[in-house]
Design a protein around this ligand. Structure first.
Ligand code: PMP
Length: 392
C-alpha cells in the first residue's frame, strides 16, 4: 500500500494530548486494575427523558429525513433567543444573531478561520481548553497567551498584555466558568473586557460551555449581559453539559451579527445543517422544563463537596471550584504535574489530567473531573490517603 504524506496543515496541528491520557489509562484497565477515571470531561449522566422522547418522535417524521436548511431551522434559532431572554434577560434577534453549531468545539475551531488571515494574532488563555489551539493552527494564526493566575482568580490581567500585542490582536478567547481552573468571571471583568475590546478593535469570543454550572447558589454570568458586548463579540453555548447531550453535537453562537454571518458562510461551504431530529430535541431542551438542569448542578455540587472536603481532611490544601465540573488542584511541592499524575495512576489507579496539558501555566496543578459518583470520589480520596503524600 502506498503511504500518502499528509499536508503541512495537518503536520502543523497540535498534538492531541487526551489521546495519550486515554491510552495510558487503558493500559491499566487492561491489566485488570479498577481504574477511577477523573481525567476527562465526558458528562456521565443521561440526556433527560423529555428531550430523548422529542428526538424519538422527530426521527419518525419524514420532514427530518430530508436535508435540513443550510443554516439550521428557524425554530431552533428562536429557541436559542428565548433561552437567552429567559435565562439572562438578553435580547437576541434569531434571524441575525444566532448560528447553529455542531457542538461548541466546531464553532470555536471555525471562528479563527472566519476572522483571521494567516499570521494574524489572537489571544488565548493559559491554561486553557486545548482545542482552542486547533482553531489557531487551522487558521495559520499567531497565538499569544494571556496568563490566568490564581492570585487574579484566574482572570487575565488585560492591562498586562504588551501594547504591541494589543495593537496586532484581532481576536480574544475567554471561557468562564473556566476549564480547567473552575473559576468564574465577575461583572466588572466582563465590563472591562467590553471596553478594552471596543478600544482596540478586538473581537471577543466567550466560550460559555459551562454556563449552567455554578455552585453555592451563584448563577454564572453570560458575557452578553454586559452592556455593549454584542457590539464586540459573541458567546458560544453548547447543550453538551447543560443537558448531558455531549454525544448529540449541538450548540449555537449568539451575538455580533457580522461574526454570526461569517460563521454561517463558512458552514455553508463545510456542511448542511444538523439532523432535524437533533434540532427539534435541542429546541425542546432549551425551552422545555428546566428542573433537570437544577438537579444536575446539585449533583455536581454534592460531588464537589465530597471531593474537596475529603482531600482537605487529608491535609491537601485545595481550592473549591466555583463552577464547571472540574477541580483544579495544586500538586505537592517538588513534583511536576505529570509526575504527580503518574503517581496517582501507578499507585492509586486514579486518572487525572496533568495541568501542563492545558498550557505552560497549568504546570503545578492537576485537573480532576467530577464525572463519577460520590462513592467513587470517596474511594479516590481513600486511595490518595493511603499514599501518605499529605501530612496534616
Ligand atoms: N469549551 C470547553 C471549555 C469545553 O470544555 C468543551 C468540552 N469539553 C467545549 C468547549 C466543547 O464542547 P462541545 O463541543 O461538546 O459543545
Amino acid at each position: 500500500m502506498k503511504h500518502f504524506p499528509t499536508s503541512e496543515l495537518l503536520n502543523n496541528l497540535p498534538k492531541q494530548f487526551f489521546a495519550s491520557l486515554v491510552k495510558k489509562a487503558g493500559e491499566y484497565i487492561e491489566k485488570g486494575y479498577d481504574v477511577i477515571n477523573l481525567g476527562q470531561g465526558n458528562p456521565d449522566q443521561a440526556t433527560p427523558q423529555h428531550i430523548v422522547q422529542k428526538m424519538q418522535a422527530a426521527a419518525a417524521n419524514p420532514i427530518n429525513h430530508k436535508y435540513s436548511p443550510f443554516q439550521g431551522y428557524r425554530y431552533l434559532k428562536q429557541a436559542a433567543a428565548d433561552f437567552y431572554q429567559r435565562e439572562y434577560n438578553v435580547q437576541i434577534n434569531p434571524d441575525k444573531e444566532v448560528a447553529i453549531l455542531f457542538g461548541g468545539k466546531a464553532g470555536l475551531v471555525e471562528i479563527p478561520q472566519c476572522l483571521l488571515n494567516p499570521g494574524d494574532t489572537m489571544l488565548v488563555p493559559d491554561p486553557g481548553y486545548p482545542d482552542y489551539l486547533s482553531g489557531v493552527a487551522l487558521a495559520k494564526a499567531e497565538m499569544v497567551t494571556m496568563p490566568l493566575l490564581e492570585k487574579n482568580n484566574f482572570l487575565p490581567n488585560l492591562n498586562e498584555i504588551p501594547s504591541d500585542v494589543i495593537e496586532r490582536a484581532k481576536l480574544m478567547f475567554l471561557n468562564y466558568p473556566n476549564n480547567p481552573t473552575g473559576a468564574t468571571a465577575t461583572k466588572e471583568f466582563f465590563e472591562e473586557t467590553v471596553q478594552f475590546a471596543n478600544q482596540h478593535d478586538i473581537c471577543v469570543v466567550h466560550d460559555f460551555a459551562y454556563g449552567a454550572i455554578g455552585f453555592d447558589g451563584d448563577k454564572p454570568l453570560s458575557f452578553l449581559q454586559s452592556e455593549g458586548a454584542k457590539d464586540i463579540g459573541i458567546e458560544i453555548y453548547t447543550l453538551s453539559k447543560t443537558y448531558n447531550m455531549a454525544g448529540w453535537r449541538v450548540g449555537f453562537a449568539v451575538g455580533n451579527s457580522s461574526v454570526i454571518s461569517a460563521i454561517e458562510l463558512l458552514q455553508d461551504h463545510l456542511y448542511c445543517s444538523i439532523f432535524g431530529g437533533i434540532q427539534e430535541a435541542a429546541a425542546e431542551a432549551l425551552t422545555g422544563p428546566q428542573d433537570c438542569v437544577r438537579e444536575l448542578v446539585g449533583l455536581y455540587e454534592r460531588r464537589r463537596n465530597v471531593l474537596i472536603d475529603g482531600l482537605r481532611s487529608l491535609g491537601w490544601n485545595v481550592t473549591a471550584p466555583k463552577g464547571s465540573f472540574f477541580a483544579w488542584l495544586k500538586v505537592p511541592e517538588g513534583l511536576s504535574s505529570t509526575e504527580f499524575a503518574d503517581i496517582l495512576l501507578e499507585q492509586a489507579h486514579i486518572v487525572v489530567a496533568p495541568g501542563i496539558a492545558f498550557g505552560e501555566l497549568g504546570e503545578g496543578y492537576v485537573r480532576v473531573g467530577l464525572l463519577t459518583s460520590e462513592e467513587r470520589l470517596e474511594e479516590a480520596v481513600r486511595r490518595i490517603s493511603m499514599l501518605e503524600i499529605f501530612k496534616k
